[in-house]
Design a protein around this ligand. Structure first.
Ligand SMILES: *Cc1c(COP(=O)(O)O)cnc(C)c1O
Length: 455
């Protein structure tokens, strides 16, 4: 009988993160200054990030050491289990082997602490006393609050207004770890005041909240900013997920045919996928990595590959990304963590080069998949993770049609315990299908004046 749950001892927590840039056939394009459109040097990021993170952001080294202080905190919840979804396999009557890496066992309930902890650590080393950030669904804000608390740093969180109102317990979780939380747009920043003047009832967006957090970091001393996705150093930290999974699958005697993860800015997708893609790039060992995104925010499947801002008002560098435009305000679907307009530079380049794939799913399909999973496996997934499950079900059905016993591995990147209001709406039949129209995408993209990418 196959093992249901593959566990690693603490001593097997990886000692290095994997940097895929070292193995990419086309390196990611550099960030550009939003005013001059010239490539920016690492020094331009200094007001926002401590030196060690800037170094990682531009690093081409393949392996980067995980500090012992960080590994020590990881031990609270890592290594995370890899679980065989035997119940789901049976339900789908598929010959495929389905495994999920469960990141919901972290204190904050998702993969986000994997990067929050090293980010807080490197800030502490550099003499930072406060970190500002944004949060959408509340996962990143909780993770950073937890990490800052560990290192005695103050934490100030700008929470997208729609989530602030809809998910009060996420806010209280952050407060419990000692963070200050403000609804965004707020009157605390010039960016927030400007947005509120034009749209007094703005539900907020991640782009707006980033503008506020960045503005605060730039203007206050010993204050830095932290981002929970998109950037190269964030993806790097998350590779601990895939590196552990690699060891666990080896114990089971398998190499994945298909890797699936939900996609917001790309960090948990990269985290699970890149260590396997490494074998693909270096040894030609074929693996399909599929990013699952919502049809209401489909930057990978329907966006364009060009330079765009990371935020709403232009406080950040221009990044080469698949984007729907930085002014894009996604519909308030329940997968808050996937409502970001763009994808990180590395993932965007890999998609452009055909080395990874993407699929978009409607929220009804995703909740149906999530409920199926909860009933078959027990764990109630975060709405973001439901996007991955929708893809997994599709792939498992394909395996059945083709009679192929493929190994499918997906990231169950968080639990859905703070998302009961969303499940309630789904179960009551109140959720509607949502797909952004081409007209909405065109309108948002038409506002872009940022440089195009050739090729
Ligand atoms: C933040 C988040 C995401 C999306 O962010 P990525 O950087 O794409 O991983 C997905 N799922 C959960 C549970 C999240 O908290």
């Amino acid at each position: 009988m196959d093992t249901k749950k593959i566990l690693l001892p603490e001593s097997e927590i990886p000692r290095q993160w994997y940097n895929i840039v070292a193995d990419m056939p086309t390196k990611p394009l550099p960030p550009l200054h939003p005013g001059t459109h010239e490539p920016i040097g690492p020094d331009m990021l200094a007001p926002l990030f401590p030196p060690a993170l800037i170094e990682q952001e531009v690093s081409q080294e393949r392996w980067i050491d995980i500090p012992e202080e960080v590994r020590d905190i990881y031990r609270i919840w890592r290594p995370t289990p890899l679980i065989r979804a035997t119940g789901l396999e049976k339900l789908l009557d598929t010959p495929a082997r389905i495994y999920y890496k469960y990141e919901g066992v972290s204190p904050a309930g998702s993969h986000k602490p994997n990067t929050a902890v090293p980010q807080a650590y490197y800030n502490k080393l550099a003499g930072t006393t406060k970190i500002t950030t944004e949060t959408g669904a509340g996962q990143w804000g909780s993770a950073l609050s937890f990490a800052c608390q560990h290192f005695g740093l103050a934490c100030e969180v700008y929470m997208v207004r729609a989530s602030y109102d809809g998910k009060p317990y996420r806010k209280i979780m952050m407060n419990t770890w000692g963070a200050d939380v403000y609804p965004s747009p707020s009157i605390r920043t010039a960016a927030g005041r400007g947005i509120l003047a034009a749209h007094p009832n703005s539900p907020g967006s991640l782009g707006m909240a980033i503008s506020e957090a960045v503005e605060m970091a730039v203007h206050e001393e010993h204050t830095k900013y932290a981002l929970g996705s998109v950037l190269n150093h964030v993806l790097l930290h998350q590779t601990i997920i895939g590196l552990e999974t690699e060891k666990q699958l080896e114990m089971a005697g398998h190499f994945p045919d298909v890797i699936v993860a939900p996609f917001g800015g790309g960090s948990n997708f990269a985290g699970l996928g890149f260590p396997f893609l490494r074998h693909h790039l270096a040894e030609g060992k074929k693996v399909r990595c599929i990013a699952a995104e919502p049809t209401s925010c489909p930057k990978l499947t329907r966006g364009v590959f060009r330079y765009d801002l990371g935020d709403a008002v232009g406080m950040t560098p221009l990044l080469p990304m698949y984007t729907l435009g930085h002014n894009f305000v996604p519909a308030p679907i329940h997968a808050g963590g996937l409502r970001y307009h763009g994808a990180g530079a590395i993932v965007s380049q890999l998609l452009h080069d055909g080395l990874i794939e993407a699929q978009a799913h409607d929220q009804l399909t995703c909740f149906a998949a999530g409920v199926q999973f909860a009933r078959a496996e027990g764990i109630i997934p975060a709405p973001e993770a439901n996007h991955a499950i929708a893809t997994v079900i599709k792939e498992a059905q394909r395996c059945k049609e083709e009679g192929r016993a493929e190994t499918i591995v997906f990231n169950l990147c968080g639990h859905g315990h703070f998302d009961m209001a969303a499940y309630e709406q789904y179960l009551a039949g109140n959720l509607v299908e949502h797909e952004v129209t081409q007209r909405e995408i065109n309108q948002s993209l038409a506002l872009l004046t940022t440089p195009l990418i050739n090729g």
